[in-house]
Ligand binder design. Structure first.
Ligand code: WTA
Length: 652
């Protein structure tokens, strides 16, 4: 574990402390502080009360049950995520409300609006199609789709029949898709011919075709988003629209046990191998529902926009399940924020009268750089609340977002959470506050967070430590790593034992209990809001046969938050050149996708190593950050550090 950042006692940011105004307090679901004490006194009772708001076909017998690496919520209860997202609202007479607004990238294409009834119909049809392809309850289904409505339809259809989905980010490479399909054992994949990005038609089917080679995938359902001019393999590939047309729209929702697997989502750990994070049905439903409602202040008639990709947990929980379980309108945008110009975000907000916007600091920094003139051209007065997620936000970006986008009226909800947690864990609530730049806030009611030192003792207010979540665990917390429960234990429950989940994030807390997240303490980076392990980039580069050794570390970046920097030792006889650099970038794109590309590749003759031959990444990290390199006495080749300092112009 590397050291957490030091806490500045006299906090210069304290002047920017914002509290909810009367209007906000009035409409918020909770505006009385006592909710925290109440939930703390009885977390199980708190979560059980929230769970009552959903539809259960069988009530649970027991709210929470704990055993090491085997905790359960709403034991014995039965429910369905899709039923709670769709049928529940239709039965309450709200079927004509808009569930989904999809904004295509090309401006001459009309937005698509689907009511809850229409969405229900499409979901039921696709659910029947999947059944017809032999998918049964418990079977994993791969989804490799861009930002089109069918991504939500596909997830909902899987949930409807109890087939856990495994969504793979559409910008991930064929290799990444392959690894995930093999690990999940998916026999069916839902993909598309392509999509629009920055005005260009991107062929996705080509990647899907390459990615399923050597996997258990037998059937591929292909959504026609573009003109459909992609090769279709007879028997294996089937057009979505043709299948849907002939399918029945009657598909009763499968009653799932609260602890049945709802979905898998692969995320980066500290090794080169992504892990399949498992989420189960009941706990995930409850926490997704109530956090979406309280964090984003969702009310009837709201038009809420989360800009995350459906391939990430944020897209799963806060484009799909969370808002739909709340019966509001969820907005999805297909393309890039600078198409046709840098005002697209603000044009979409104006056009659809968006009430809540949830995006990432990396995007906010980019908008800030593009300039005030873009938002100024549009009427953003429909906005009532802003959210951020994915990485620590800096003060400048926060203040710009607050003033230029929120017009100084909208609270900023800085939500800290992880793929593993399934739903938000730490943030201020809109009716309670405070809203302070760079400070996420208190743990959500019912969530018990502790800042601990390396030995597991709580650190005093103001001091840096590691954030841990204590049992009774939040209901949506992951139940395991698919096929690798040993890794699950090692990753999360070894540091502090089975009753304290280790988050891998550094944090500190102030006297009021507000938490500031200081960033990952392991080798996981946040590159433009995308979670990526340095080891994944290393293993991608190592696949190039000209590479002898490689070490990747992260370096802060103005726009993207963090970027990978690669130190590469080429094999004997291979001279470095721009061609090789390009080739290596290409290798990373092939193995991971464009998100993994190093910001810089530095060719070296030697890297600092311990006496046992382990590369000292800590030293490399300090070098690229111009920070003190610390103690070098354990190195076998300390002279390599001087050489590197010279090469990269180190001034720390
Ligand atoms: C980081 C995304 C600071 C953190 C939901 C975490 C944040 C990792 C915040 C999880 C935030 C997420 N402030 N850091 N508000 N939100 N992080 O799994 O390091 O893609 O461990 O989940 O993102 O990334 P993941």
């Amino acid at each position: 574990m590397s050291e957490a950042i030091k806490w500045v006692k006299k906090d210069p940011l304290k002047e920017n402390v914002f509290w909810p105004n009367e209007a906000m307090k009035e409409r918020a679901w909770v505006s009385d502080e006592s909710i925290y004490a109440e939930a703390k006194a009885d977390p199980e009772g708190f979560w059980a009360r929230q769970a009552e708001e959903l539809h259960w076909s069988k009530h649970w017998d027991k709210a929470y049950e704990f055993a090491p690496q085997n905790y359960k919520w709403f034991v014995g209860g039965k429910l369905n995520l899709s039923y709670n997202s769709l049928d529940r609202h239709i039965e309450a007479g709200h079927g004509d409300r808009i569930a989904l607004i999809w904004e295509p990238e090309p401006v001459d294409e009309e937005a698509v609006k689907l009511t809850y009834k229409e969405l229900h119909r499409l979901v039921s049809k696709l659910a029947n199609v999947l059944k017809g392809l032999g998918v049964q309850k418990g079977d994993r289904v791969g989804i490799y789709l861009p930002m089109i409505p069918e991504a939500v339809i596909a997830m909902q259809a899987c949930a409807r029949i109890g087939a856990p989905h495994s969504v793979v980010f559409s910008a991930f490479s064929p290799d990444s898709l392959r690894d995930r399909m093999i690990d999940a054992g998916a026999k069916v994949l839902i993909t598309a011919d392509g999509y629009y990005r920055r005005g260009k038609a991107i062929n996705l089917k080509k990647n899907a075709d390459a990615g399923i080679q050597g996997t258990p995938v037998e059937k591929v359902v292909v959504v026609k988003r573009l003109d459909g001019s992609v090769p279709m393999e007879a028997e294996r590939d089937l057009w979505y629209h043709e299948l849907i047309e002939g399918a029945s729209a009657e598909c009763p929702a499968e009653q799932m046990d609260s602890e049945d697997l709802a979905f898998l989502l692969y995320t980066s750990g500290t090794t080169g191998e992504p892990k399949g994070i498992m989420h189960t049905t009941g706990g995930y439903a409850v926490q997704s529902y109530i956090t979406a409602k309280w964090d984003f202040d969702l009310h009837e008639g709201d038009v809420y926009w989360c800009t995350a990709d459906v391939g990430w947990i944020t897209g799963h929980t806060y484009i799909n399940y969370g808002p739909l379980m709340n019966g509001v309108t969820s907005v999805m945008y297909e393309g890039s924020p600078d198409t046709p110009d840098c005002g697209r975000m603000w044009a979409i907000i104006e056009k659809h009268k968006i009430t809540q916007l949830y995006t990432a600091p990396t995007a906010i920094r980019m908008f800030l750089k593009w300039g005030d003139e873009w938002p100024a051209k549009h009427d953003l007065s429909s906005l009532r609340l802003l959210g951020t997620v994915g990485e620590p936000i800096n003060v400048d970006a926060w203040m710009w977002y607050f003033k230029k986008i929120g017009g100084g009226r909208c609270p900023i909800i800085d939500t800290w959470w992880q793929t593993e947690s399934g739903a938000t864990l730490v943030n201020s609530l809109p009716g309670i506050g405070p809203f302070i730049p760079t400070i996420a806030g208190r743990p959500f009611p019912g969530v018990i967070g502790r800042i601990l030192d390396a030995g597991g003792s709580p650190v005093p207010a103001g001091e840096g430590g590691y954030l841990s979540i204590v049992s009774p665990f939040p209901p949506a917390l992951t139940r395991g790593i698919y096929g690798d429960m040993e890794r699950f234990k090692a990753q999360y429950y070894t540091e502090y034992g089975p009753e304290r989940y280790f988050t891998s994030d550094g944090a500190r807390v102030d006297e009021m209990g507000n938490i500031r997240i200081t960033g990952r303490v392991d080798d996981v980076m946040n590159v433009a809001g995308h979670r990526l392990a340095t080891a994944e980039v290393e293993s991608a580069l190592a696949q190039n046969d000209k590479v002898s050794e490689v070490a990747v570390v992260s370096r802060p970046h103005d726009l993207k938050g963090e970027v990978p920097v690669a130190f590469v030792l080429l094999k004997a006889g291979v001279a470095h050149s721009d061609e090789i650099r390009k080739e290596l970038m290409g290798t990373v794109t092939t193995v991971i996708g464009p998100t993994g590309r190093p910001d810089e590749i530095i060719f070296v003759d030697d890297v600092p190593k311990t006496r046992s031959g382990k590369i000292m990444r800590r030293v490399l990290k300090a070098l690229v950050r111009n920070e003190p390199v610390g103690d070098l006495t354990t190195l076998q080749n300390a002279e390599s550090v001087d050489h590197l300092k010279e090469m990269i112009g180190y001034s720390g």
